[in-house]
Design a protein around this ligand. Structure first.
Ligand SMILES: C[S@@+](CC[C@H](N)C(=O)[O-])C[C@H]1O[C@@H](n2cnc3c(N)ncnc32)[C@H](O)[C@@H]1O
Length: 342
């Protein structure tokens, strides 16, 4: 009759712990104490394998299945998440997401959670307008926070710290809620929002894979953010992966002029916001109210690839997409506007 000794079983358990390098769980300790009270001479192979099964279960990190903040970009049904609990980069990275309606699965390929409609597509590739594609380039993504963004100051942008403080003022009704930093770029503001502790969840969202990689690299440099309530998501602003009325605040810094369709994007932002939710955006104005009307038409032709608007157009657009309480601050070509979902 085969038998195993208490010490060899202990060694086996020890190897398990070391190999998987995870902390010992209290249930394992209980099993170990229990084992010492069993007379090992009579311990049969079956009993040992039962015990090993129990141990295996105990050393597997807890897996939760829950309805998630994220929704399917195809049907907007909230996704079911399976994996370690918590809204932070490591937990989300190790989780799988599934739409029970579409039966489609989503995962964190390359550090960010890919929630674009074509996530997982093998053959189909889709190109966006050049103002979107430009920011997918590795070089532009790398340079963005290393000189490119600083140039905005010449057009009247007050700089990231001041822009952040201004946005935080507008976001007061959304404190404690979920904030989506749409078109986050390299995460300049997402990091500030996450670090502020003002929001229960912050999502850094962009269409550019390389901008999201930059965001991740910057986050890694700061321990206080890497385990905070922050997620990295790839998505198109015109197809936001959240259920209708589920979000408290949306920030879109220097982004409107880069979107393929500002009206589709702002209508989509309105859809995901709850009643009373706040939208804050910044962009470059094509011209200011002091530019003579006759010159404004010329400005439009010289705007190039970007979709630069004038003050009146932005207000009209935001209100047309169903927002109220529109307000804005302008400094040269810089505009920060805010509006609320009724
Ligand atoms: C000028 S950067 C702004 C980055 C950052 N928010 C800031 O304030 O500096 C514009 C960003 O818009 C993103 N973008 C362009 N088209 C998009 C789309 N269709 N969906 C989501 N993001 C998009 C680009 O990838 C880029 O990161």
């Amino acid at each position: 009759m085969a038998s195993t000794s208490s010490s060899s079983l202990n060694n086996l358990l020890h190897i398990h712990h070391r190999t998987l390098s995870i902390p010992k769980f209290p249930s394992i300790l209980k099993q170990t104490q229990l084992r010492s009270s069993i007379k090992y001479q009579s311990l049969k192979v079956k009993a040992a394998s039962d015990l090993l099964e129990t141990v295996k279960e105990a050393i597997t990190p807890p897996q939760d299945t829950e309805v998630d903040l994220f929704a399917c970009p195809v049907c907007f049904e909230p996704l079911i998440r399976k994996g370690p609990p918590g809204f932070n980069l490591p937990a989300i990275y190790r989780s799988g997401f599934k739409c029970t309606k579409c039966k489609k699965s989503y995962s964190s390929k390359n550090i960010y959670l890919d929630l674009t409609v074509i996530a997982g597509a093998k053959e189909y590739v889709e190109s966006q307008p050049s103002r979107t594609e430009l920011f997918r380039s590795p070089l532009v993504s790398f340079l963005y926070e290393r000189g490119w963004r600083q140039n905005f100051n010449r057009s009247g942008f007050p700089g990231p710290d001041e822009e952040f403080n201004m946005a935080q003022e507008y976001f007061k009704p959304a404190e404690g809620g979920t904030l989506i930093d749409v078109s986050c770029g390299s995460g300049l503001f997402s990091r500030k929002f996450a670090k502020s502790g003002t929001y229960s969840k912050v999502v850094a969202l962009d269409f550019s894979e390389n901008m999201l990689r930059q965001t991740y690299d910057f986050i890694k440099l700061d321990d206080t953010i890497s385990n905070s309530n922050l997620a990295l998501v790839r998505a198109d602003v015109s197809r936001l992966p959240f259920a209708s009325g589920s979000i408290d605040a949306v920030h879109a810094g220097a982004a409107l002029h880069c979107w393929p369709s500002p009206s589709n994007a702002i209508a989509e932002i309105n859809r995901i916001l709850r009643s009373g939710g706040v939208f804050v955006g910044t962009t470059f104005l094509r011209s200011t109210s002091s530019t003579p009307a006759i010159l404004r038409q010329f400005d439009r032709r010289f705007a190039g690839n970007y979709n630069f608007l004038i003050e009146e157009e932005i207000e009209d657009l935001v209100k047309s997409c169903g927002f109220t309480n529109y307000t804005c601050k302008v400094q040269q070509a810089f505009i920060m506007f805010s509006a609320q979902k009724p």
